[in-house]
Structure formats: structure tokens, C-alpha cells
Design a protein around this ligand. Structure first.
Ligand code: SAH
Ligand code: SF4
Ligand code: F3S
Length: 472
């Protein structure tokens, strides 16, 4: 097994684009333009990967549909982070058997993190025989070649070899949004938190070259994108593998120097690598949004150690104090796992204490889910599910009251927000985001989408803010 990360030679990516042209030649002779249905589970990394899959599909001559019945090709990009995510995918893939019975020419492709788990690939091979193509994140760059082979000779293709991973530049993208864009700055993770599947399915940390990232952001800014998120599982360790020394704070400063009126966000940060230099850079760079997603997972040091997080509660709190001193209006969010194996209710209460001290604006909370092949899946886990649920509900309740109070403090203020879409709420036409990424539902005309506008906040609850456009 190759344990070195690699750069895919440009000629190899060019060969994939040639495969796209071959498929396009074929599809152009079909009576109608074929349509593709791409469904994405999981995190922003997967969203970004799906944009590249769509990019390839467009080059192959496909249009897009949200209706499985209309699709000549179905691509499901899966997530392995928790059991629940996997069950949903398997349920939906199982149901596709009926769709395919009505449309036997349909190609069904599964990709993403779940496919990189050997036991899942095996299950698909044996029990989901209507699936034609299975590939993990490592093989995404070869998608056109696999589609071409499937169209030329029916059969099944599995491309799920375990690898350290690679970087491929020059893959076309079809972005889902006209206002917000993702830019992957690195791939993989080296942290091996004991509960987490990501390092096993996404390979080792590898950073894109700064010039490639800057060129992509420059192009997005020129195209009028207003909200650009730099993505990686652990952006704070960006650059450690680059030949020239460049860390994440340096990259942020370089992105900030790109001309244009846009906001820069980034995720995810790991507390052990979040430095004073990063906080200072955030404070000094006017385009960097005043928001930090800094997962701490648990408030008890014994549990943090068992999670292999490599930071203590005090270290985490000290970083937050440092950051708040530099950026007093910083919006803070975090991820938390409840019910890690061996966590007692008393230890869980240390998590509540962190909430009370930091007062996060929002949280993403999860109940521990054992993942095959991770150390935590082997650990003794004796707390009954009801007790975990009780703790989980206490956490959610406490956070709800903090979020509600924090949101109430916005009422009466006028905030420069990015109007990012139309709202599904009949009373409010638009959705907007504060610089700290809090959701605002706004009354106003749809032409405002894509603009930074002053919004007067008139109301709030624990989930969001409400407001109206104010005169600039
Ligand atoms: N790279 C990011 C997080 C990626 S996964 C980071 O390190 O912060 C997103 C979140 O899912 C994690 O922060 C964690 O809270 C949660 N998570 C990961 N594995 C999990 C598991 N096995 N059970 C429950 N939650 C999990
Ligand atoms: Fe998973 Fe930890 Fe890596 Fe985040 S830092 S992706 S939680 S192993
Ligand atoms: Fe899921 Fe893979 Fe992201 S496991 S959370 S899609 S990196």
C-alpha cells in the first residue's frame, strides 16, 4: 500500500478530460440530452467533491435533474461519520432498485467516505447488485474513465483501494451557489481522534499549493462570489507538508489581499493547532469573518485524552480567552460528542461548564456512534442509551437558552449582512447571514440576493434572527 501522498500529474487529469470528450461524443448521439442526479450527504468536503463530480458530468454532456426517475446516471456521495448517516444512505440506495427496474439503462454510482470502508464496499458488492460503480474519495479524479468504461462494456466497477491520498488540480467544477463558494485548501487528516473514521477514509493530510488556492479565490472574486469558505478537516495544520514554509495564518493573509468585496470563512479548526498568530491574523484581516468553529468535543480531560484530542479543557479555554481579547465580538461555534465510551454523567457535566464559560453562539451536538476500525469502537461503553439521551437533552437545552439570549442581543441593531438566498418562510422573503454567519430571515426584494445590505434586526428566537432591509 502506498503511504506517500502524491500529486496527480497534469497529463493524467488531461486524460480524464479526454475521457469526458469521448463520453460527450457518445451522449451527443442520444435522442435527448442525458440527465444526472447527484445527491450529497455529509460535510462541506463532500459538497465540494460533488461540485467536481458535476463538473466532470457537464463535460461529459449531462444536464442535471433532482428527479431520480429522469436520471440516466445517479451519483450518491456518501458520509461515514455516524451510523445514522450510513443507514440513511443504505435505505435510499436500497429503494433505487425499484427505480432501476423501471429504467434498466440507468447507471447507479456510489462514492464518498462510506465507500472507502472495506466492509461497506463488500456489502454493496454482495447485496446491492443494482449498483454499477463504487469509488472512494481517492478515486474521484478518475470518475470520467470509469463512466466511459461502464458505458462501453456493462459490468460493475469498484475503485476503493486504500491510499494515503493525492491532489489533482484542474478538475472542472459546477458550483451549486452563485453567492457562496467552497475552496478546499487541503485534504485528509492526520489526527486520528479515537472515535473518528475520517483519517481512514480520507487519507493523510496534504495541502494544495498556495498559488493554486489563490488563483481559485481570485477567479471566484472576479465572478462576484461574496462568501468564500476555505475547507479542510484541520485547516490549522495547512502547509506543514509544503516545500516552502507557509502556515494557515500566512495563507489567510494572502487570500485577504485578493481584491474584491467578499468574506473569507474557514473550517474546521483543531484547538491544538489554533495559534495566537492565527487569532491576530483574523483580527487584522478585514475580509476574514469574525467567526470561529472550534470543536472541543468534551469538557473533561480524561475523556479528551481517551479521544486523543491532544488538548486539555484549560488549554482550550485559554485559547478562547486569547481570541475574545483580540476580537470581542467573535462568534463561536463548536462540535460536541455526548456519551463517549466510559464518560460518566459527572464527566459530561464538565462539558456543560465549558458551555457556560464560553457561551457559544451555536453548537453541533452528537451522540457517540461507534465506527468500525476506530479505537473507540473497541472501548467499553456501558452507559445505557437513555442516560446518554438524557445528558444529550440537557446539553441541547442549555445551549438553546444561550443561543436564544445571544440572538436576543441583536434585536434593535442594524447589521451589514450578506443576502444569500430566498427564504422558505412565507412571511420573510430572503435569507441573510451576519458576518458571524448567524441566519437572518429578511423582508425585501429578491434582487437583493448576492448583495451586502444593512439589515435592521427586529426579532429573534433560538434558531435565527428576523429583520428588514435598512437604507444604506
Ligand atoms: N475535522 C473536524 C470534524 C469532522 S467530523 C474536526 O476535527 O473538528 C464533524 C464532527 O462529527 C466532529 O467534530 C465530531 O463532533 C463528530 N463526530 C465524528 N465522529 C463521530 C462519532 N464516531 N460519533 C459521534 N460524533 C462524531
Ligand atoms: Fe476526525 Fe479528529 Fe480529524 Fe476532525 S481532527 S477529522 S475529528 S480525526
Ligand atoms: Fe462524512 Fe466524509 Fe465529511 S465521513 S463528515 S463526508 S469527510
Amino acid at each position: 500500500m502506498n503511504r506517500q501522498t502524491t500529486t496527480i500529474p497534469p497529463a493524467d487529469v488531461e486524460r480524464q478530460l479526454a475521457c469526458c470528450r469521448e463520453v460527450a461524443q457518445l451522449t451527443s448521439q442520444w435522442p435527448q440530452q442525458p440527465l444526472a442526479f447527484v445527491d450529497t450527504y455529509g460535510c462541506q468536503q463532500n459538497e465540494a467533491d460533488s461540485e467536481r463530480i458535476r463538473g466532470y458530468l457537464r463535460e461529459m454532456g449531462f444536464g442535471f435533474t433532482d428527479d431520480e426517475e429522469q436520471a440516466r446516471i445517479i451519483v450518491i456521495n456518501t458520509c461515514a461519520i455516524r451510523e445514522h448517516a450510513e443507514q440513511r444512505v443504505l435505505g435510499n440506495v436500497g429503494a433505487l432498485v425499484h427505480v432501476k427496474r423501471r429504467h434498466p439503462e440507468q447507471l447507479i454510482c456510489l462514492c464518498g467516505c462510506m465507500m472507502q470502508e472495506p466492509h461497506v464496499a463488500q456489502k454493496i458488492r454482495q447485496s446491492y447488485r443494482h449498483v454499477d460503480l463504487v469509488f472512494g474519495p481517492h478515486a474521484l479524479w478518475k470518475f470520467p474513465e470509469m463512466v466511459r468504461d461502464l458505458l462501453q462494456q456493462r459490468g460493475r466497477i469498484f475503485s476503493v483501494a486504500d491510499e494515503a491520498g493525492s491532489i489533482a488540480e484542474g478538475i472542472p467544477v459546477v458550483r451549486q451557489d452563485k453567492v457562496k463558494a467552497w475552496v478546499s485548501i487541503m485534504y485528509g487528516c492526520n489526527n486520528f481522534c479515537s472515535y473518528c473514521i475520517v483519517p481512514y477514509v480520507r487519507g493523510r493530510e496534504r495541502s494544495r499549493k498556495p498559488e493554486d488556492i489563490l488563483a481559485e479565490v481570485r477567479q471566484l472574486a472576479e465572478e462576484g462570489y461574496k462568501d468564500i469558505t476555505l475547507l479542510g478537516q484541520n485547516v490549522n495544520s495547512y502547509g506543514k507538508d509544503l516545500p516552502e514554509p507557509m502556515d494557515f495564518a500566512d495563507l489567510l493573509r494572502a487570500v485577504n489581499a485578493i481584491p474584491g468585496d467578499f468574506l473569507i470563512r474557514f473550517m474546521t479548526s483543531h484547538p491544538k493547532d489554533a495559534t495566537h498568530k492565527l487569532f491576530e491574523t483574523m483580527a487584522q484581516c478585514e475580509k476574514v469573518a469574525p467567526v470561529l468553529h472550534l470543536p472541543f468535543q468534551a469538557g473533561n480531560d480524561r475523556i479528551l485524552k481517551a479521544m486523543n484530542r491532544r488538548h486539555t479543557r484549560q488549554e482550550y479555554l485559554a485559547k478562547i480567552r486569547d481570541l475574545k481579547a483580540l476580537i470581542p465580538d467573535i462568534v463561536l461555534t463548536s462540535d460536541i460528542i455526548v456519551g463517549f465510551p466510559g464518560e460518566t454523567t459527572e464527566e459530561f457535566e464538565d462539558t456543560l461548564k465549558v458551555l457556560e464559560e464560553v457561551r457559544f453562539d451555536a453548537l453541533f451536538t452528537f451522540i457517540f456512534s461507534p465506527r468500525v476500525g476506530t479505537p473507540a469502537a473497541q472501548m467499553e461503553d456501558s452507559m445505557p442509551r437513555e442516560e446518554k439521551l438524557k445528558n444529550f437533552n440537557r446539553l441541547v437545552e442549555l445551549q438553546d437558552s444561550i443561543s436564544e439570549e445571544k440572538h436576543a442581543a441583536y434585536v434593535g441593531k442594524t447589521v451589514r449582512c450578506l443576502i444569500d438566498g430566498v427564504s422558505d418562510d412565507a412571511r420573510y422573503d430572503l435569507t441573510a447571514r451576519t458576518p458571524g454567519n448567524r441566519l437572518v430571515r429578511v423582508v425585501g426584494p429578491s434582487q437583493a440576493v448576492g448583495q451586502f445590505r444593512l439589515v435592521k434586526i427586529t426579532d429573534s428566537n433560538k434558531w435565527s434572527l428576523y429583520g428588514e432591509l435598512a437604507e444604506d
